[in-house]
Design a protein around this ligand. Structure first.
Ligand SMILES: Nc1ncnc2c1ncn2[C@@H]1O[C@H](COP(=O)(O)OP(=O)(O)OP(=O)(O)O)[C@@H](O)[C@H]1O
Length: 267
């Protein structure tokens, strides 16, 4: 068996590869992406996906359906067994665990990607300060992570993710551990940065309502192996709130489909 494996990153004025079937409007194109781990687990089976530039896509699915595997492959942290992946620019990845450097201040944590990219000190600190202000943390720049609440740390992590200037954000349950109020606030902040910068966001969550609150499109994955079961275009007008009746309706519809998927696998 031969594995046709391809992962392309397009640096500038990218056009996506013909191999992955992309066009100039696409930010991410997956063509027949399959992942079998060395243990034999078939985590993803022939995923075809096309995400337009500026689109906000959320993935939901039962535990173990391969959502994290998918993001890892798109970010090139892991490789597909077969299929092709094409991404515009170098995506930034944000996890549920904020992974801030405990010895650095909030400001220096946000400035870190720019430091690694060789941005001069004055410029990167100025930019980091502006990013902290954009997530309403302009006044805690000198604090270190242990002095901040969980929600504040996750906002610092969001500011640091944005400091990479990546055109594509890959977010794996980034707000999963937060209380409802903080999560609400971060939805607003993420949405406003997404719109202002024209970012493309691929966002994994277990929370269907959160997916509907944020997404232009929700993709439901099945488990063992992970496949696209259904896609839902969310045309509820923005700004949305988690408690909007229209958000509730779409949530109920997708949750019913998700329940069926979970029941099919008995988990
Ligand atoms: N490094 C690995 N080696 C072997 N199997 C793995 C590895 N990582 C994940 N898997 C398996 O692949 C499948 C998909 O895992 P993955 O973590 O991508 O799912 P997920 O949808 O993100 O799960 P969750 O929602 O629980 O975070 C699971 O059956 C998991 O056990």
């Amino acid at each position: 068996m031969t594995a046709a494996l391809e992962h392309q990153v397009h640096e500038e004025e990218p056009h996506l590869s013909e191999a992955a079937g992309g066009g100039p409007q696409d930010a991410v194109v997956l063509d027949g992406v399959t992942k079998r781990y060395a243990t034999g687990t078939l985590a993803l089976d022939g995923i075809d996906l096309r995400v337009a530039r500026g689109e906000f896509v959320c993935f939901v699915g039962a535990s173990g359906c391969g959502k994290s595997t998918l993001l890892n492959i798109i970010s090139n942290l892991d490789q597909a067994t077969s299929g092709s992946v094409s991404v515009v620019g170098h995506p930034a990845l944000m996890f549920q665990e904020h992974a801030l450097m405990p010895w650095l201040s909030a400001l220096d944590n946000v400035a870190l990607p720019m430091r690694l990219a060789g941005v001069p000190k004055g410029k990167r600190l100025e930019r980091a300060q502006a990013l902290l202000a954009s997530v309403h943390l302009g006044d805690i720049a000198d604090k270190r992570p242990h002095e901040l609440s969980g929600g504040m740390r996750q906002r610092v992590a969001l500011a640091r993710t944005l400091a990479t200037e990546a055109p594509v954000l890959l977010m794996d349950e980034p707000f999963g551990a937060l209380d409802a109020m903080t999560r609400d606030l971060l939805h607003d902040e993420l949405e406003s940065v997404w719109r202002a910068r024209g970012l493309t966001v691929l966002f994994v969550t277990h929370n269907v309502r959160e997916a509907v609150r944020l997404a232009d499109r929700v993709i439901l994955l099945s488990s063992r192996p992970g496949r696209v079961v259904q896609e839902y275009r969310i045309d509820v007008p923005r700004p949305r709130r988690l408690e909007d009746p229209a958000v509730g309706q779409a949530t109920a519809q997708i949750t019913a489909a998700l329940r069926k998927e979970v029941a099919r696998h008995g988990d």
